[in-house]
Design a protein. Structure first.
Ligand code: FES
Ligand code: FES
Lengths: 750, 154
């Protein structure tokens, strides 16, 4: 089954937030952002702005009836700045006007009196100043201090990874409508309808049941609309409350790039120790995470970095420390991979550097240290159903890796203008929210008297195909065809207390809840069929819309059965709730089992670098990935391909450049380069392990959204290998993104 | 003064001429298939065809369609007709994830295939270089266009 939404998409009929019909007299809001990164907010002068034609009102912190607080994990972020501004782009005031143009015009006339304070943009500087969002954390395994003595090689180093703009093609936005009894109806482009509902309720000072949030679909999310969509929804709601009129707030691309948080930049220190055979005995790492000016999801992101510090390797002695550093950048946020890619880059840099010292190819060290069944992670959990070695060796084999290595060596010997490089990347990614209580979901299924089925869950469709998967699960469970099933927009009134659509777990959690609800209905219907046929229920089954008795067709089909059930006053609706079992974590001892299961796989990436021009071509990307029993291979392959391209983009071309005042200079698509069609590798294959089961998720499937992002890391090291072939006199460096400028600088400078 | 949009003749008033064409389509004609991904002519989500040439509607005004024939995604097929083969190819190839880039991508490909119905993959890549997709990684989009080309040869 192809993506459920794709027919509507391809004829232009699917509605995104900005396509929804506007209510009559709908107002438009625009944000007045802080122009400085840090300062005391002395005065907001709105007099001139109020004079603009069409302006209805201008709201500031004083206009907030409830709490001026939008922080979720830690309550440290005001909706509208009050007394202090902490980053450029922070909302200070909101203009509400008849048209978006009038609102934008008025924003320019608001005068802010700000006494500037020195800003901090470097997480190491913040750490030195003691500016942390939350206490630092350390995970340890074995006895690292003793282990160093046993190592034949010990290598230390430093790595940097830059931020990343989500660049979902649909910008952030929301539309709020005043509702009866003082309530608000919100349409939001959010991955977290419940977070929007909860924060709106807090800010407006009204109960959650008076706030309704509905999400039809997103034009991409990638984590950027997990926490960061909330502010625009709440601002629209605040405007609707004050004006008693529907209000819409849509960011244009430049505003979206300036105002919203990115992937967290990390600056990290590592030390790795190996025996003479390349076995890693000890690994110590410290992450300085640039959280930005408020917590947002930073502590959770850092937590995942800690858990994924050793990637797909078993290392007996480990110490991992993470600092969540408070700076004056925009609060950084979730982005596909959620801290794991940053951690992976550090361990792979450590391996690459050690390999250089030991005159061994890095892949030999990778191969030697892969996780096997029951190996312990630094936080105490054990690897189960572990396919790390298998994926790696199958890629070695299918890619004729050793031959390829020789070919590349010979090619490089004979060519001075083009150098080739290749790298392998094994991955391991844990599935579940590391914040335990989020691992729950709900579903509501109605079967109407004509037999058609409506499914609601807490999952938000953002292109990842979650609705298609949920339809397949319900169809499979009820024994009907997919074409009689519709998935409803995600709405807080139908499914309550939802977790964000995130952590690659939306299909796992919501799919399981939908399955449980469908199971309930199936049992009721089988009873109905049994009594109608005068048979025992054990002989009844439903398949393909037919009601079978001991496997043989009966007079009953789905429609007749449903009609019968309705007339017999059987409940044709079911609600279900699912909570992932057996996950726990004790932060006091930093041990536990935070994940339901792990995803494994290996990538090989080959590149060519034009030595004179510094231009990189990605020649081949080949992946072997463990998707469990995929619910839909086409969708999973699409997720994998897209994630890999984003991963390659992050480490090779996507560069956020700021001036010294902290203003983002790369705030448009002309200055911020993302992978376009030219970046597409000419050989690009994703294969799935065909026979891996997963008893820990719905119908033996596995989460797919994030893990493949990690494969992109291979591109950095493949390019680096090509650069070293050109300049064997120079050491590798670990400072991503590896942009064209950095490549040229490396090749041409002494 | 008039224009033809998706086969329908529409008379244009002079006072509309300065209006942003993308706003005109989306707000006044309720043709919301063309999206505003960037507003500055670099993402391709707003692409429509004017006299069979792909054009970024966000860079044009209503004056630019006077006496022209305009095709938006809504005009490529209608609800009762089967899908255009190119649209079907996008669905079959899995070239659609979030769908935000899809209308612009399909129309750009359509204009290209009308001119070149036997393209190489390299030519397809060049044709859609002005259209960004953040979801798919492009491979399935190139596959879809390659597959659809044969229908343009008939
Ligand atoms: S909106 Fe027109 S090109 Fe991006
Ligand atoms: S499908 Fe989402 S941008 Fe292309």
């Amino acid at each position: 089954m192809s993506n459920y939404d794709s027919i509507d998409h391809v004829i232009g009929a699917s509605l995104f937030l900005d396509d929804l019909p506007e209510p009559v007299n709908c107002l438009h809001a625009a944000i007045c952002p802080s122009p400085v990164a840090h300062g005391k907010l002395k005065k907001i002068n709105i007099d001139k702005a109020l004079g603009i034609k069409g302006v209805i009102t201008i709201l500031t912190a004083d206009s907030i009836p409830g709490e001026n607080q939008i922080g979720t994990i830690i309550q440290d972020e005001p909706l509208l700045a009050d007394k202090e501004v902490d980053f450029i782009g922070q909302p200070v005031a909101l203009v509400v006007a008849g048209t978006a143009r009038q609102a934008d015009k008025a924003v320019k006339l608001i005068e802010l009196e700000i006494e500037e304070l020195p800003p901090v943009f470097d997480p190491r500087q913040a750490a030195a100043n003691g500016d942390f969002i939350a206490p630092s954390r350390t995970l340890a395994l074995g006895d690292i201090d003793k282990a160093w003595e046993k190592c034949a090689t010990v290598v230390e180093g430093r790595t940097e990874t830059g931020g990343q703009e989500h660049l979902y093609l649909e910008p952030q936005g929301s539309m709020a409508m005043p509702d009866e009894r003082g309530g608000i109806m919100l349409y939001s482009s959010t991955q977290s309808p419940t977070a929007v509902q909860r924060v709106t309720s807090r800010v407006l000072g009204i109960a959650m049941h008076l706030v309704q949030v509905e999400v039809k679909r997103l034009g991409g999310g990638f984590g950027g609309k997990e926490d960061q969509a909330t502010v625009y929804a709440v601002l629209a709601a605040l405007a609707a409350l004050h004006t008693s009129t529907s209000t819409k707030l849509i960011l244009n691309r430049q505003q979206d790039m300036q105002y919203t948080g990115k992937r967290h930049p990390y600056s990290s220190d590592f030390k790795i120790g190996l025996d003479e055979n390349g076995k890693i005995l000890a690994y110590e790492v410290t992450y300085f995470q640039n959280a930005g000016a408020a917590a947002d999801l930073s502590t959770a992101v850092l937590e995942r970095s800690l858990y994924h510090a050793t990637n797909a390797y078993y290392i007996p002695n480990v110490r991992i420390t993470g600092h969540c550093c408070k700076t004056n950048n925009v609060p950084n946020t979730a982005f596909r991979g959620f801290g794991a890619p940053q951690a992976l880059f550090v361990i792979e840099s450590a391996i690459a550097k050690a390999a250089g010292m030991m005159k061994l190819p890095a892949w030999r060290i990778q191969e030697k240290n892969l996780l096997k069944e029951y190996d312990t992670f630094p936080y105490g959990a054990r690897a189960r159903q572990c396919h790390a070695k298998r994926a790696f060796s199958e890629i070695l084999h299918s890619q004729k890796w050793e031959v390829t290595q020789k070919d590349i060596f010979n090619f490089n010997k004979n060519n001075s203008l083009i150098k080739k490089g290749a790298a392998l990347m094994p991955i391991c990614f844990g599935i579940s929210f590391t914040t335990g209580f989020l691992n729950q979901a709900g579903a509501l299924i109605h079967i109407y008297s004509d037999g058609s089925i409506s499914v609601s869950t807490g999952a938000v469709e953002m292109g990842q195909g979650v609705n298609t998967k949920i339809i397949a699960i319900v169809a499979h469970t009820l024994g009907v065809n997919t074409d009689i099933i519709t998935v409803q927009p995600t709405a807080t009134r139908t499914v309550a207390n939802t977790s964000p659509t995130a952590a690659s777990a939306a299909a796992d959690l919501n799919g399981m809840a939908a399955k449980l609800a469908a199971d309930t209905l199936r049992l009721r219907l089988m009873d109905t069929a049994a009594s109608r046929l005068g048979e025992h229920v054990s002989g009844i089954s439903i398949n393909n819309g037919k009601i079978l008795l001991k496997g043989q067709p009966t007079e009953l089909d789905w429609h007749a059965l449903i009609s019968d059930a309705y007339l017999s006053r059987i409940n044709l609706s079911a609600q279900a709730h699912y909570a992932t079992p057996d996950i726990y974590f004790d932060k006091n001892i930093e041990k536990g089992q935070p994940f339901a299961y792990y995803v494994y796989g290996t990538a090989s990436i080959q590149v060519s670098v034009d030595i004179l021009r510094g231009i990189v071509t990605i020649d081949a990307v080949n992946i072997l990935h463990d998707a469990g029993r995929s619910l839909n291979q086409d969708i999973d392959r699409g997720q994998a391909l897209g994630a890999i391209m984003q991963g390659i983009g992050w480490l090779t071309m996507e560069e956020l450049v700021y001036n010294k005042e902290g203003r983002l200079l790369t705030d448009s698509l002309t200055t911020y380069k993302v992978p376009d069609i030219h970046s597409m590798p000419s050989e690009f294959n994703v294969s799935f392990m065909e026979d891996t089961d997963n008893p820990h998720a719905v119908l033996q499937s596995k989460g797919i959204g994030e893990p493949p992002f990690l494969y992109g890391t291979a591109a950095y090291f493949a390019i680096m290998n090509a650069l070293i072939a050109a300049r064997p006199d120079k050491p590798m460096f670990f400072n991503a993104p590896l942009t064209h400028e950095k490549i040229l600088h490396f090749l041409t400078c002494e | 003064m008039k224009t033809i949009i998706n086969g329908v003749k529409i008379s244009l008033r002079a006072e509309w001429f300065d209006k942003d064409l993308l706003d005109f389509l989306r707000e006044d004609l309720d043709l919301t298939g063309a999206k505003r991904g960037c507003g500055i002519g670099v993402c391709g989500t707003c692409v429509i065809l004017i006299n069979e040439l792909p054009v970024q509607a966000c860079k044009k005004t209503v004056a630019d369609i006077v006496d022209m024939t305009v095709l938006t995604i809504e005009g490529m097929s209608n609800k009762d007709d089967p899908l255009h083969p190119l649209q079907q190819a996008f669905i079959d190839a899995g070239a659609i994830q979030c769908g935000f880039c899809t209308p612009g991508m399909v129309l750009t490909a359509h204009a290209f295939l009308l001119k070149n119905n036997c393209p190489s993959r390299e030519e397809i890549r060049k044709a859609i270089k002005g259209n960004l997709c953040r979801c798919t990684g492009y491979q399935q989009i190139v596959d879809a266009i390659e597959e659809a080309a044969r229908h343009y040869r008939k």
